[in-house]
Design a protein around this ligand. Structure first.
Ligand code: LRH
Ligand code: MN
Ligand code: MN
Length: 393
């Protein structure tokens, strides 16, 4: 990498040092596809052990100080005790994810189910998750609904939207003043004909009706192939409605592979929108979360790598020569503008990130340091009979 001017270097390093990436508890458990779950040794047997793994990721990366929980996968009696344990380990508990998709009652939907009894059950779960947030001190309630229909005529599309709006409004009411609701969309799966929250427009419309503390989650794996995700990012930022990312990679559908593995250029383009709108800093309120499953690869190592991939895309976005870009855009110089962006993208930022880690008192190579630490060998010996993440895809 050519030498950076000292002001540029310190600006970029400061932004990278302040960056926060949230890991997901379910990434540490066994997972697979609906065809097979390959069990790995040493996986966590309970939420406490997931926290220990997430703390290990933070210990070696320095930028992953929170971990999201998924209820009931992380069901416990005492969440305050879990939060205290996380704190002892140097991290905090992040978003609380609801789960209204794994009960037989939800065959025809959860909050959009035609049966009011089942809608009430789903709503009770969402309320329970707000209570958990109160105990953990979490700011964000993350909602994803598997609701939808498989066949034309199966149910009324509009009635389902009304039921969804009612459940969201009741949950929103229940939030405290410092808490937010994050609504995630997904094109399809498990429903194949209609999905009740299939796209950012539907999520946005519901959040707009609810109020300021309802915002949209962009899960990068939840779009049709070829979707311009950075455009969605830009539009939602402009509307003040981008609450969070669920980062992962997809080659086909919702593959949940490591972020930056399938399309590092797309991740860079997304981070360019974030950086240019100056919403990278945690105070801007966008949560950068990982939502991934590591079916065949070592899990902790994969999460560390994912954090590093986000850092690399971010560093490149921070290196865009904004003055040169603005000039080229003003002059209508299409090729020059594109080249300014590509110059940043092609920069090898790994030496810069190694320096950053050195300055943060970390090993410059988190994966090597993790492997040397013997953590995996220790947990492998201690943890016998690790549990499945709960979700195979
Ligand atoms: C749905 C989803 C959602 C769930 C998670 C396990 O595909 O992305 O965020 O909570 O997977
Ligand atoms: Mn997700
Ligand atoms: Mn998903």
């Amino acid at each position: 990498m050519t030498e950076l001017a000292p002001p540029t270097r310190s600006r970029v390093l400061a932004a990278l040092r302040a960056q926060r990436i949230e890991t997901a508890s379910w990434a540490f458990g066994n997972s697979g596809t609906r065809f097979k779950v390959f069990a790995q040794e040493g996986v966590p047997r309970d939420p406490y052990e997931k926290i220990a793994d997430a703390a290990t990721v933070h210990r070696f990366t320095g930028v992953a100080p929170t971990v999201a929980l998924h209820i009931p996968w992380d069901k416990l009696d005492d969440y305050a005790a879990l939060a205290a344990y996380a704190k002892e380990r140097g991290i905090g508990l992040g978003a609380i994810n609801t789960n209204v998709f794994q009960d037989d009652d939800y065959r025809l939907g959860s909050v959009t189910n035609p049966d009011p009894r089942i809608r009430a059950k789903a709503l009770a779960h969402m309320f329970e998750c707000v209570d958990i947030m109160d105990a953990t001190g979490s700011r964000d309630l993350k909602l994803w609904f598997a609701d939808g229909t498989n066949y034309p005529g199966q149910d009324s599309i509009r009635a389902r939207q009304d039921r969804l709006a009612d459940a969201l409004a009741a949950t929103y009411e229940r939030l405290g003043p410092a808490q937010r609701m994050l609504l995630e969309y997904k094109l399809f799966e498990p429903a194949f004909y209609t999905t009740d929250v299939p796209d950012w427009g539907t999520a946005y419309a519901h959040c707009l009706a609810l109020g300021d503390r309802a915002q949209v989650v962009i899960d990068t794996g939840h779009h049709a192939p070829g979707t311009n995700i950075e455009f969605i990012v830009a539009v939602l930022i402009r509307a003040g409605k981008l609450g969070a990312f669920d980062f992962n990679s997809r080659f086909y559908a919702d593959d949940d592979l490591m972020v930056g593995a399938a399309d590092p250029f797309q991740l860079f383009r997304i981070m360019c929108e974030i950086v240019s709108a100056d919403v990278l800093k945690p105070e801007a309120g966008i949560a950068f979360m990982l939502d991934q499953c590591h079916n065949i690869e070592p899990k902790i190592q994969a999460v560390i790598r994912s954090v590093m991939n986000v850092q690399e895309a971010t560093a490149k976005a921070l290196l865009v020569d904004t003055a040169a870009l603005a000039a080229a855009q003003r002059d209508g110089d299409v090729l020059e503008a594109n080249e300014v962006l590509m110059d940043a993208y092609h920069t090898d930022v790994r030496p810069l990130l190694r320096d950053l880690r050195g300055e943060m008192g970390l090993d410059p190579d988190p994966i090597a340091a993790y492997k040397r630490s013997g953590y995996y060998e220790t947990v492998k010996a201690e943890r016998v009979g690790g549990e499945a993440a709960g979700w195979g895809a």
